[in-house]
Design a protein around this ligand. Structure first.
Ligand SMILES: Nc1nc(=O)c(N)c(NC[C@H](O)[C@H](O)[C@H](O)COP(=O)(O)O)[nH]1
Ligand SMILES: [Zn+2]
Length: 196
């Protein structure tokens, strides 16, 4: 009996597989949805948007594209997406991502945790919780800060286990020694899983 979150992580993985392989980032997929409170089998979930790494022009992240796609549909600039996300009593906004949202980016572009946090500005609930399939491997930024930063912003997060190998294999596909990096990240992940 797999957790009800697994199908959503699998949907994110299918999105991540559309991402052009690059050695300079990870291939990640994201899904944004609205979930009814006390709906344990998620029967009343509403998918609001999806995104994958480099789906949109430039050096874009999956979560960034997910928000940008939603903003475009609602005809607002990306940085105003928080203003057009639905605010519905009895429902929460939830994001699924194959990988922990980034707290820092080597490019210096706004990290996805900041984009997620900004949805809670202006007294809006914004994103309530983030589910992800793996913590960010140390390849680019060393010890990942995403989870800690989400907690600091009062946003809940949860690691959904079981698909780490598949997620990392897709994420690292564009890297020089992808296989070794996946093995290393899986090995390391064992020690990380305790402090996720
Ligand atoms: N959660 C997440 N979604 C993504 O779509 C993606 N590509 C990353 N990747 C995290 C990694 O830390 C950054 O890709 C590097 O730090 C390079 O930074 P840029 O991507 O060039 O800004 N992480
Ligand atoms: Zn990011």
């Amino acid at each position: 009996n797999t957790s009800p979150h697994v199908p959503y992580i699998k949907q994110c993985l299918s999105l991540a597989e559309k991402s052009p392989p690059r050695p300079t980032n990870f291939r990640v997929g994201a899904v944004l949805l609205s979930r009814k409170d006390n709906d344990p089998t998620f029967t009343d979930d509403r998918i609001l948007s999806t995104g994958y790494t480099m789906e949109l022009a430039g050096n874009t992240h999956a979560e960034q594209c997910c928000f940008a796609n939603y903003a475009a549909v609602h005809k607002v600039p990306d940085d105003q997406v928080g203003e057009v996300l639905p605010v519905e009593p009895g429902r929460k906004l939830v994001m699924y991502v194959t990988m922990e949202p980034c707290g820092k980016r080597l490019s210096g572009n706004a990290p996805c945790v900041q984009r997620i946090t900004r949805t809670t500005e202006g007294g809006r609930e914004g994103i309530h919780k983030v589910y992800f399939g793996v913590k960010e491997p140390g390849t680019f930024v060393g010890e990942s800060e995403g989870c800690r930063m989400l907690t600091q912003a009062g946003i809940e997060w949860e690691h959904v286990g079981g698909l780490e190998k598949e997620i990392l294999t897709v994420a690292f596909a564009g890297h020089e020694n992808a296989e070794e990096e996946v093995k290393a990240a899986l090995g390391k992940k064992e020690t990380n899983v305790d402090d996720v």
